[in-house]
Design a protein around this ligand. Structure first.
Ligand code: BGC
Length: 425
């Protein structure tokens, strides 16, 4: 089964990806509460990189870098600061951004959930409660009504599994829950919320394309000859990468995370709820079992590919982008790389990183799997969740005292690769 990418006049997207909390600044939400409890390693988000004021100039920087698309997210906590109270000013602000993007020829790609929630959400309608589905659908309705027909691409959820694992099983991010039963409930509700959100988008904007952005990681045994390491790496691949692809492709999941959790579920609305499947790909993890930190196994980044680790210690393995895309292509949905990028403050690795990942996309396409878009993470240096402002992911460097943006040399490479990517019909 192979479906068509639904933007006939723009079959290929070359863009940058950002998320509201990481760039906007001054957004009070569950993550701010979490930071106040000092539960992150890095500096608090604070003013971020003040994109709330500078979105229009940021969009121009993306344009100058050769992008034809701009992926950003809408802050739920700004739009609905108190349950049921909607801010027209905030919706108007996002509308101005969208109009500006259209005016300068950038396709807006709008994410509705990128990790943060209004502070009231976890008290009132957490993901463990089925009421969360309707809350998210109502938020979707307000946003889609406000943004109008110029938004043709929506991503209701960014990395639902990363959020669920870290927020409901590992307790590392808000809401900080560490409980398999809650994870199970939240998992089902969140996928239902995706389907409900997608239905609202299509009702209001039937021409819109809807996709999910799923984080896919490569997993390898730390010692290739060790059967336990191999077993754990294979199990991680199965649950982390494949179960979400299957959930969207077939409306069924069989999620096994030994020894914590085993769950089967179904949602018949999921397969019809997306028009494309987005892959966020960054790196590879190596498993060793039994582990020192966790009995089942520890995971580490290693420089097995010999390209050097990134500033935040991640391995660079471009060929695994190809492997992940081939895996995702099993779903039959048109594919988009919704995120890919590197923390590299000195910009010494980014050019090779960009070139190698673009080559990998070409290899996948030569195998008969078209890739309809590539979004680089990120346009700007930004706030990095648990690590504050340490890792620098930007094509543009940001000086946080002046908020000045300066192009890194790799912007040239991004532009040149984009020109080639977009010249293919
Ligand atoms: C997330 C981004 C994050 C990036 C780098 C992605 O998985 O969607 O929010 O900044 O990883 O860590």
């Amino acid at each position: 089964m192979s479906r068509r990418f639904p933007l006939p006049d723009r079959p290929r997207l070359w863009g940058v990806a950002l998320s509201h909390y990481q760039v906007e600044g001054g957004d009070h939400c569950d993550w701010t509460d979490w930071e106040a409890g000092r539960r992150t390693r890095g500096a608090p988000c604070g003013d971020a990189v003040s994109s709330w004021e500078q979105y229009e100039t940021d969009a121009l920087l993306a344009k100058a870098a050769g992008a034809n698309a701009f992926r950003f997210s809408v802050s739920w906590s700004r739009v609905e600061p108190r349950q049921g109270e909607w801010s027209d000013d905030v919706l108007g602000r996002y509308r101005r951004l969208v109009d500006h993007l259209a005016a300068i020829g950038l396709e807006p790609v709008v994410t509705l959930f990128h990790y943060t929630h209004p502070s009231w959400f976890h008290r009132s309608t957490p993901w463990t409660s089925s009421a969360s589905i309707d809350r998210f659908a109502r938020f979707t309705r307000r946003v889609v009504e406000a943004l109008g027909g110029s938004v043709r691409v929506y991503v209701p959820l960014n990395e639902p599994l990363v959020f669920l694992l870290a927020g409901y099983l590992d307790g590392q991010i808000p809401p900080g829950v560490s409980d398999p039963a809650s994870f199970r409930l939240a998992f089902g509700n969140m996928l239902s919320a995706h389907a409900a959100s997608s239905a609202v988008i299509r009702e209001l904007n039937p021409a819109a394309a809807v996709g999910v952005a799923h984080n896919m990681m490569a997993f390898a045994p730390d010692r290739w000859w060790n059967p336990f390491d191999r077993l754990i790496a294979a199990a991680a691949h199965r649950c982390y990468n494949q179960s979400i692809v299957e959930a969207y492709a077939e409306g069924r999941w069989n999620f096994v995370l030994p020894p914590l959790l085993r769950m089967k579920g179904r949602n018949d609305d999921l397969p019809a709820s997306i028009d494309f499947f987005g892959v966020n790909y960054y790196s590879r993890l190596h498993f060793r079992s039994p582990g020192k930190e966790r009995v089942v196994g520890d995971f580490h980044y290693r420089d097995r590919s010999g390209r050097g680790l990134t500033d935040n210690g991640w391995e660079v393995v471009p060929e695994k982008l190809g492997a992940m895309l081939m895996e995702a292509s099993q779903s039959g949905f048109p594919l988009v790389v919704t995120e890919n990028g590197i923390a590299d403050a000195t910009d010494t690795m980014r050019v090779a990183f960009l070139e190698a990942h673009a080559r990998e996309i070409a290899v996948v396409e030569a195998r008969g799997v078209p890739i309809h878009g590539y979004f680089h993470w990120s346009l700007l240096d930004n706030y990095e969740w648990l690590d504050g402002y340490g890792p620098r992911f930007g094509l543009y460097e940001v000086d946080r005292t002046t908020m000045q943006r300066t192009a890194r040399p790799s912007v040239e490479t991004f532009r040149e690769l984009g020109r080639k990517f977009l010249s293919v019909p």
